[in-house]
Ligand binder design. Structure first.
Ligand code: SF4
Ligand code: SF4
Length: 469
């Protein structure tokens, strides 16, 4: 028989769908408790980072900016120019392996504690909703109520506030890629002058508005690919939010002849009422659980009132629930963290190498020219100089081999060559005597000496050529 208790969920279908497959809108109740307080502090800290980081400037630059078009990455006032794809690959691979480690050890900690979807919905959108429309029960009743002036007014205020917040979020997000001050001046010019950017910002605003204001838990349950892959990364030692059935069962009202003693669960459904994805955690670990810990606080509150120990619902692993000691580091999590560290080390290595000056000699169309009645030979090259750091160089070129110093002359358009951009090309000539060649070639090392730092900042080999006889 169908229960009248809306919190007694049908085991055959999702908590957010009715028997016809239509969406059941959730009204999660608010909760107070230790975990809620911890999350509140952490959420506010993250909101500060997410929403204000790009608006802070260091040395006249945004604290964090990824300029995809110019391949530049800015962090705390330092800019990497011409970032090579390998750096993106290495940091992404390290991050992914790091997340895999986090999931295998701490379950869906990202989803419940740091995902912008959860953080913004829980700490901003649901607060605004509660402020305008009231607590969960009032919101549920308002939804069912006919469209009166009062309902129209409340809904209008709520969605107006949602639009303002979404506009701020989307502008901050776009600010991560173009710089907030630039974005501010761009917005002063009117949409038609930067139509592409305007369309991107408005599209992102609309997505944010619909997702955080209306779609909410549906995204986590249906659309988020990360939520799907987590079950593959977790094992019996991963920490998850779980119900201790050994202690809780038989819950009140479900005792039988074999189990006449009641367990600690009084079947109050408070854990279901507060769940943002609408599930009943007493049915075991479920894909919909985002580990937000709301049900832990709800149940702890009941246990306190009953003068029973807290923790009927808590962070635990399958191993612990079966009465064994949990392995904090398993082979799998060790593999993930090792992979993450290795990619990070490779990233640091390439990052260090990429900020150094790189020299590339590109030979001119004519391999060599004989001048001064055959007494001298010239080789023409295009020299490409690049680096991803911020420093400027004033370069003198010289031949490293001591015995060749007076025999090979390096001619550049100016001396020293100023490098004040991430990349510079010059035409460079080597003028030398034919005697230095062996079988028509000679490999030499060219040093780039920087007048600013008084150091040799790069050394590169070049091959000189001339007649073979
Ligand atoms: S079951 Fe508990 S931890 Fe999981 S989503 Fe629901 S309230 Fe959050
Ligand atoms: S909140 Fe605790 S006592 Fe109440 S139904 Fe959930 S598990 Fe049982």
């Amino acid at each position: 028989m169908k229960s009248n208790n809306i919190f007694e969920l049908d085991p055959e279908r999702l908590a957010t769908t009715d028997e016809h497959g239509h969406r059941v809108y959730l009204y999660p109740e608010d909760v107070k408790g230790l975990w809620k307080s911890r999350r509140k502090v952490f959420y506010r800290f993250l909101i500060l980072i997410y929403l204000f980081l790009p608006w802070i400037y260091f040395n006249g630059k945004p604290a964090f900016m990824i300029d995809i078009i110019h391949r530049e990455f800015t962090f705390l006032g330092f800019t990497l120019h011409g970032v090579e794809p390998i750096l993106f690959f290495l940091i992404a691979a390290s991050g992914l392996a790091g997340i895999a480690f986090l999931v295998s050890s701490l379950g869906r900690v990202w989803c419940g504690w740091a995902c912008p979807q959860t953080v913004f919905i829980q700490e901003i959108f649901m607060r605004v909703e509660a402020l305008v429309e009231g607590k969960a029960k009032e919101r549920r009743e308002l939804d069912k109520a006919p469209w009166t002036m009062g309902k129209v007014l409340k809904r209008s205020i709520k969605w107006l506030l949602f639009i303002i917040i979404s506009l701020h979020i989307s502008h901050t997000f776009i600010g991560y890629f173009v710089g907030p001050r630039e974005l501010f001046f761009i917005t002063m010019n009117g949409p038609s002058e930067h139509l592409g950017l305007f369309v991107a910002t408005m599209t992102f605003t609309l997505i944010t508005l619909l997702d955080f204001g209306w779609f909410r838990e549906q995204f986590c349950i249906i659309a988020c690919p990360y939520g799907r892959i987590q079950s593959v990364l977790m094992d019996e030692n991963s920490l998850v939010v779980s119900y201790n059935a050994k202690r809780g069962e038989p819950r009140r009202g479900s005792t039988s002849a074999e189990r006449p003693d009641e367990g600690d669960c009084i079947n109050c459904y408070n854990c279901v009422k507060v769940c943002p994805t609408g599930i009943d955690i007493r049915r075991g670990t479920q894909l919909e659980c985002i580990a937000c810990t709301q049900c832990i606080d709800a149940c702890d509150d009941i246990m306190t009132k009953l003068k029973k120990p807290k923790g009927l619902i808590g962070y635990s692993s399958e191993t612990e629930l079966n009465g064994h000691k949990r392995k904090k580091i398993t082979k799998r999590s060790f593999l993930y963290i090792t992979t993450s560290v290795l990619f990070m080390l490779a990233f640091i290595y390439f990052l260090g190498a990429s900020t150094k000056l790189q020299l590339v000699f590109l030979r001119g169309k004519t391999p060599f020219q004989m001048i001064e009645s055959g007494q001298r030979i010239t080789n023409q090259f295009t020299l490409k100089m690049s680096h991803q750091g911020e420093q400027h160089f004033k370069i003198y070129f010289k031949v490293k081999e001591v015995e060749l110093k007076n025999l090979v002359q390096i001619i550049t358009p100016v001396q020293p060559v100023l490098i004040n951009t991430s990349e510079k090309k010059i035409v460079l000539f080597f003028k030398f005597s034919p005697e230095i060649l062996k079988n028509g070639t000679r490999k030499i090392s060219v040093e780039a000496f920087d007048e600013i730092s008084h150091q040799t900042v790069a050394t590169k080999e070049a091959v000189l050529v001339g007649p073979t006889h």
